[in-house]
Design a protein around this ligand. Structure first.
Ligand code: PEP
Length: 248
């Protein structure tokens, strides 16, 4: 069965609640496409108003992060139950900016993934190498280690529904995109690893996105690759270009 493409925007720390509503209203006619899952991952404070603005459209509102505990004394954190109650289905886990600025590790990423699945949320699991690691020739080894730890204790049934975002750190927000061959090579490497860890059916089902300066100009070539099932898009998700990516 063909995998449905998934195009997700990562708004990062942009858009106040009223700006979020305006952006959803601007983008909603541009992202109509029943063949693609369209997700806007927005700041926590924007989830409710964006959800309201997106009602009746094909847009899913997702979160950019969540905590791995159920509830309690964790000031400033958002729980999985809060996301579910707000109507969220997708949550980005382990974005490289969270790893770099907020000390997230492969271990906390694994805990969050397990908790997301427990609550019926679909994690968009980020992995990716630095420029130094690419130059050292250890990209695939690095990604394999990230994915192996991320998926510890994740069942095959859960893994089949996961979304993995391959995001080379050197390509995020830099305007430098991986070539479609570089992106395909790593996305295929991830799928091969999922087949090794689970089985061929799970590997066939899991959706793997590319992320890193994807835009209206380069999306079609990247999305044409056999193991690239979508994109995680930062900068271009805040502009009408996002509609062109969805329809690429
Ligand atoms: C991202 O934030 O995940 C991302 C890929 O950003 P950008 O598209 O701006 O490189």
């Amino acid at each position: 069965m063909a995998r449905k493409k998934i195009i997700a925007g990562n708004w990062k720390m942009n858009m106040t609640p009223s700006e979020a509503v305006a952006l959803v209203n601007t983008l909603k006619p541009l992202v109509v496409n029943d063949d693609v899952d369209v997700v806007f991952c927005v700041p926590a404070i924007d989830i409710i108003p964006a959800m309201e603005a997106a009602k009746g459209t094909n847009i899913n509102i997702g979160a950019e992060n969540m905590y791995f505990e159920e509830k309690g004394a964790f000031t400033g954190e958002i729980s999985p139950a809060m996301l579910v109650d707000a109507g969220v289905k997708y949550v980005i886990i382990g974005h490289s900016e969270r790893r770099e600025y907020f000390a997230e590790t492969d271990e906390t990423v694994n805990k969050k993934i397990l908790k997301a699945f427990e609550h019926g949320l679909t994690p968009i699991i980020c992995c990716g190498e630095s420029l130094k690691q690419r130059e050292q020739g250890i990209t695939i080894d690095w990604i394999r280690q990230q994915i192996k730890i991320a998926f510890l204790n994740v069942t095959a049934e859960q893994a089949a529904t996961a979304v993995i975002a391959y995001e080379p750190i050197w390509a995020i927000g830099t305007g430098k995109t991986a070539t479609s061959d570089q992106a395909q090579e790593v996305c295929k490497g991830i799928r091969d690893l999922i087949a090794e860890m689970y089985d061929a059916a799970t590997a066939e089902a899991v959706r793997i996105q590319y992320g890193g300066s994807m835009n209206a100009g380069n999306a079609a070539e990247l999305l044409a690759k056999p193991d690239i099932d979508g994109g995680l898009i930062g900068g271009a998700s805040l502009k009408p270009d996002f509609g062109q990516i969805v329809n690429a």
